[in-house]
Ligand binder design. Structure first.
Ligand SMILES: [Zn+2]
Length: 168
């Protein structure tokens, strides 16, 4: 059984075929999937994009949390006593947990809300931004000074700024 990584601040475990499984949580992968042009017609990514945009516009408001809670409400949970090799504990004893049941994939809306809630509670969204190049609507996770999703967008932006300055 694979162990949850100790350095992740939150461990996500779900149930698959009657067994608790550790969910590898990579915020960058989720953001990349939302940015991917080929995914843009899929409801789950459309919904995720809406959540991320809304978060950037309004922050963590009561209204956002209310809507998030109603979207994830349909996810079913099963109670598990997790062995210490899956989730270590300070007491060295097996831990009590409620595990999301994902055998039957939830509705895309609930699925997107669940992904968004993981991004939110893990603290990863503190790094979320939208690319500053006008026509690029990619999200990025980066340090406070980061402004573009890629080097390409950064150099396009700088070329444009220079042209603006030169024509003045
Ligand atoms: Zn960009």
């Amino acid at each position: 059984m694979r162990k949850a990584l100790p350095e992740t601040n939150e461990v996500f475990i779900y149930e698959k075929q009657g067994k608790p499984v550790v969910w590898d949580f990579f915020a960058e992968e989720i953001v990349d999937a939302v940015n991917n042009k080929e995914n843009r017609k899929q409801l789950v990514f459309i919904e995720l994009r809406n959540w991320l945009s809304r978060y950037l516009q309004e922050g963590i408001t009561d209204a956002l949390l209310d809507d998030l809670n109603s979207a994830i409400h349909e996810t079913r949970y099963a109670k598990y006593i997790l062995p210490v090799d899956l989730m270590s504990s300070e007491t060295g004893l097996p831990q009590n947990a409620y595990v999301a049941q994902y055998d039957k994939l939830p509705d895309p809306r609930a699925y997107a809300a669940d992904d968004f809630s993981k991004l939110l509670t893990s603290g990863q969204l503190k790094r979320l931004k939208i690319c500053q190049l006008e026509e690029c609507d990619n999200f990025l996770l980066g340090p406070p000074q980061a402004r573009w999703c890629s080097k390409t967008c950064g150099s396009k932006f700088r070329v444009r700024e220079k042209r603006k300055r030169d024509s003045q």
